[in-house]
Each structure stands twice: as structure tokens, then as C-alpha cells.
Design a protein around this ligand. Structure first.
Ligand code: UDX
Length: 439
């Protein structure tokens, strides 16, 4: 099948590469010629484990192409995926400018019948709006069908999630279109649900909103655990044995970030509001997350009172491990606050420093050497549970820091491990470890 993908962000690039790997002829289109030049040489523009190998292989085997020219990229395609960004507007709603432009580009250039598949997360009803644009702008008497095929991949495990996904959702207006999209995806061997367009769009938002709800729920339980003396990890484990609840997404921490949960939860509140429905539960989920992101600051102030002039090691900038994405990362909330409170911050991350520099205006030091960050620190704040942080020998905190005081926003260490050290250790929803020797 000859396929085009518009947009080479996380979703577009991974979709294009994966579709080429299962045998389709795929052209990925991006308006940025510099990006296209890099992609053509087999270099991904995002950090994603396993992506580069697949790109190189499929470019070499003549199935994967990149272009910044719509005419060239769309020519002769039978199926076109829209995978452009839908950033959040000030009011929380999704900005559809890029999606609309993609629809205009498709309509202007297509000369044959085509199926337009939307991968981007778009508010319920948008696919019909896309259909209208396609029909308004088409230049030839061609048949254009639409499909909503939302993406569920996670950053950092995008390739695995695509090849081993839990489900593929295909929302169409007619069974023939659904059958074609199903056939395209057949080699992935993932369960398919064929449904209507509006429900497919809603499945994406409600899935992300539900997962965000699970996280805010366990974070509130963690906060209550701290007050009652219970341990949230024991509680989550006990809850997770119940198959109706499930073990996943019950890790307490300093809140969810990333490009999806914050944006999609806000958008769903908006979508509900547009239909005069007040989504109280989801609003609470968002508020809990906003508070949770600054929880460590409260713990730090409780411990020190003033942190004026203190040297702070901030460990991890990315919103989660295995990605250089810092969008909505708690780091962007915590670091400016630490600086405002007068401390000197040195931040460590293995790959997310460049992205952070573009975003953060406060004056801090950066390092990609963990030991440099820890050296002489008055206290450490763990924001991302990178494997090298989770598996660090705790003695390094003791040896390198001025005082081994650690505020761990990701519960990286088990308390039995910490018990045998001189670490003063504060985590989320678990008892603090304060050795008597340290005052
Ligand atoms: C998410 C969805 O999982 C994916 O299906 C959708 O397509 C896009 O949004 P992603 O944002 O890449 O994917 O990351 P994910 O691994 O789901 O984590 C999201 C955030 O939740 C991270 O900040 C993570 O630290 C946090 N999280 C996750 C928790 O705090 N606790 C958990 O138990 C799980």
C-alpha cells in the first residue's frame, strides 16, 4: 500500500517508520526542510530507543522516504495519515491549525481517491470538520473517505508500543474504509476495534483521562499515607492484585507530565464544557496533579525553612525516563521555585539538557555527569527515575554531597535499602528516613 504521513513528530515519525517496516511504501512529509534532510540521512529528530535502526533499515530497503514537498509526498498515495501537533491553547482547548492546514494540503494536491486517517489527538467531531475542509478544497472529482485511528504509544517505548500495542481503534463512516485500515495494520497482529468516528475520537481522550485519574488518585492516597504512616507502595501493591483495578499506573510520585496527559485532560474538560457538561472529576485530577508537581518544594521548606544560598542537585529533567522530552515536566515547576527561594541549582540529565535550556529562563548550571551534580550539594531533588539514578550506589550520595539529604519525587529506592545508610531521605507517600546522627 502506498501511504503518506503528514508530520514527523513522535507520532508521525514512529507511525511512518513502523508502517514501512511491515512492508508499506511510506513517504513522511514535514514542512521543515532541515528536519527532512536529517531524517533522509537516517537520523531521527527525536530520541526514541530502537527508532534509528528501523529508519536506517527501511530507508536502505527502499520503503521509507522523506520530503518537505506536499505535491511530491502525496502523489499517488492511497492512504494519508495526519499526524501533526494539536498544541494546547491558553484556554486548554486544542489548537487545530496544523490539522486544518494538513487537510487543505491533501485536498489541494490529491488527484486520486484517498482515505485520510487522523492519528493526531483531536476533539470529538474534528474528523467531520476535516472531511468538510477536504471536500471544500479538493481540485478533482475524487472520493475522499475519513478514518479516526488514534495513537496510544508512549514516549520512550514508542516502537514496542506500536508493534505490541493493546489495541488498534479504527473509527470510520463505512465498513469498507475500516477494512482497508485494518488490512494495512494486519501485520502488527494487534486486536482491532472497528467503531464509529466520534467514539474513536472519544476513546483516545477518555483513555488518557482515565490513566491520569489513576495517577492523581494514587498520589492523593500517597499524601494521606504520609499523614497516617501507611506506605503507598504497599497500598498500591495490595490494590493492584484486584484485577478490576490492575497493577499499572499506580506509581505515586510528583505527578504526570509529557505531551499528552496534561494537554488531553484539559482538552476533555473543554470538550465537555462546550457541550454544557461540567467534568468535575477530571478538573480535580488536573488540580491534584498541579499541586503534586510542587510537593517536593513544600517538603524542602518544611525541612530547611530557608534554602537561601544552598547548593541543590536536581537529578533528572525529562518528564519521565528514556526521553529527552521535558514538556510539562515537574522540573519546569520545581527548578524556578528553587531559584526564587535563593538556592544555587545544578541540574543533571543524560539527554534532556538542551531541551531544558530552550525552555527555562532561570540561571542554573547543567551537567551530564551525575557526580558533578552531587558534589558538595546541600540536598538533592530527584525528578526523573532514570535507570542510572535508580541503580546508583547510595554510598555516592554519602561520599559526594555535603550532607546526604535526598528528596525523591519518584520513590527510586526501597526503604530497606535506605535503612542501612546515613541518608536523610524523603519520598512520596512513604515514611521518611531520618538517621539520628544527622540533625
Ligand atoms: C501517555 C499514554 O500512556 C499513551 O498511551 C498516550 O498515547 C500518550 O500519553 P506518555 O506521555 O508518553 O504516554 O507517558 P507515560 O509513560 O504514560 O507517562 C505519563 C506520565 O505519567 C509521566 O510523567 C509518568 O511519570 C507519569 N506516571 C505514569 C506516574 O506518575 N505514575 C504512573 O504510575 C505512571
Amino acid at each position: 500500500m502506498k501511504i503518506s504521513v503528514i508530520g514527523t513528530g513522535y507520532v508521525g515519525l514512529v507511525t511512518g517508520v513502523a508502517l514501512s517496516d511491515i512492508g508499506h511504501h511510506v513517504t513522511c512529509i514535514d514542512i521543515d526542510p532541515a528536519k527532512v534532510a536529517k531524517l533522509r540521512s537516517g537520523k531521527p529528530t527525536i530520541y526514541e530507543p530502537g527508532l534509528e535502526e528501523l529508519m536506517v533499515k527501511n530507508i536502505e530497503q527502499g520503503r521509507l522516504f522523506f520530503t518537505s514537498e506536499h505535491e511530491e509526498g502525496l502523489k499517488g498515495s492511497e492512504v494519508i495519515y495526519i499526524a501533526v501537533g494539536t498544541p494546547q491553547r491558553e484556554d486548554g482547548s486544542a489548537n487545530l491549525n496544523y490539522v486544518e492546514q494538513a487537510a487543505i494540503d491533501i485536498a489541494t494536491h490529491m488527484t486520486n481517491d484517498v482515505i485520510v486517517v487522523t492519528k493526531s489527538t483531536v476533539p470529538v467531531g474534528t474528523n467531520f470538520h476535516i472531511k468538510e475542509i477536504l471536500h471544500q478544497h479538493k481540485q478533482h472529482d475524487i472520493k475522499i473517505s475519513i478514518a479516526s485511528n488514534p495513537e496510544f504509544l508512549r514516549e520512550g517505548s514508542a516502537i514496542k508500543d506500536t508493534f505490541e500495542g493493546d489495541r488498534i481503534i479504527i473509527g470510520t463512516e463505512d465498513p469498507q474504509t475500516a477494512d482497508i485500515i485494518e488490512a494495512i495494520n494486519a501485520p502488527f497482529n494487534v486486536s482491532v476495534q472497528k467503531t464509529d468516528v466520534l467514539s474513536a475520537e472519544m476513546i483516545k481522550y477518555s483513555s488518557n483521562a482515565f490513566l491520569a485519574t489513576k495517577i492523581s488518585f494514587i498520589n492523593e492516597i500517597a499524601n494521606i499515607c504520609e499523614k497516617t504512616g501507611a506506605n503507598v507502595e504497599e497500598v498500591a501493591k495490595g490494590m493492584g492484585f484486584d484485577k478490576r483495578i490492575g497493577k499499572q499506573f499506580l506509581r505515586a510520585g510528583i505527578g504526570y507530565g509529557g505531551s499528552c496527559f496534561p494537554k488531553d485532560t484539559n482538552a476533555l474538560v473543554q470538550i465537555a464544557g462546550n457541550h454544557h457538561y461540567d467534568f468535575d472529576l477530571l478538573k480535580a485530577v488536573i488540580n491534584v496533579n498541579n499541586d503534586q508537581q510542587r510537593l517536593l518544594i513544600d517538603k524542602i521548606i518544611d525541612r530547611f525553612g530557608s534554602i537561601e544560598g544552598k547548593q541543590v542537585a536536581v537529578i533528572g529533567l525529562a518528564f519521565k525516563p528514556n526521553t529527552d522530552d521535558i514538556r510539562e515536566s515537574p522540573a519546569l515547576v520545581i527548578i524556578p521555585e528553587l531559584v526564587n527561594l535563593g538556592s544555587n541549582v545544578i541540574a543533571y540529565d543524560p539527554i534532556a539538557i538542551e531541551n531544558t535550556k530552550k525552555e527555562l529562563t532561570v540561571d542554573i548550571e547543567y551537567t551530564d555527569h551525575l557526580d558533578t551534580a552531587l558534589q558538595n550539594a546541600d540536598f538533592t531533588v530527584i525528578i526523573t527515575d532514570w535507570p542510572e539514578i535508580k541503580h546508583i550506589n547510595l554510598k555516592r550520595f554519602e561520599d559526594l554531597m555535603k550532607q546526604p539529604i535526598v528528596f525523591d519525587g519518584r520513590n527510586c529506592y526501597n526503604l530497606d535499602q535506605v535503612k542501612n545508610t546515613t541518608l536523610e531521605y524523603y519520598s512520596i507517600g512513604r515514611p521518611n528516613h531520618i538517621p539520628e546522627l544527622i540533625g
